[in-house]
Design a protein around this ligand. Sequence first.
Ligand code: DGP
Length: 141
Amino acid sequence: MSKNYEENCIFCKIAQGQISSIKVYEDEDILAFLDIDPSSKGHTLVITKEHFANFLMVPRNLLDKAFEVAQKIGQALITTLHAEGINIITNVNEIAGQSVFHFHIHVIPRYSQDGLKLNFSPKQIEKFNLPALANQIKTGL
Ligand code: DGP
């Protein structure tokens, strides 16, 4: 059993094999499996087997491993399923769309006419003072 395990976490149960999944990749630390509710053909989730609530909580060595696997899967989606592009997304907290609170990376293959819209349209509500914002963020690093 992994060091960090949450009793009521569906992805912990998938990582432990207590709930089945369609696996694409597995090693000691990382598991990748097909999303049950795919946004496009081949939509894959990459998780750490250990439980971390989200991207911000994952130790650096495991984050590196997870993104290495996400990159390989992205490359494979292009060569095997002929995806024309990939979206890599990891949601942090409910407001950002996170619904399963166990770190995961969405690897979403994109095809022409897949109809998927990820809308990061510019917000004109407020004129941001970009230099001041950058300075504010830097104080947290
Ligand atoms: P997010 O909203 O970023 O937390 O994404 C959670 C994703 O997990 C969502 O696309 C659906 C997927 N998902 C939820 N439950 C299961 C499950 O039991 N099996 C699989 N394969 N995927 C799941």
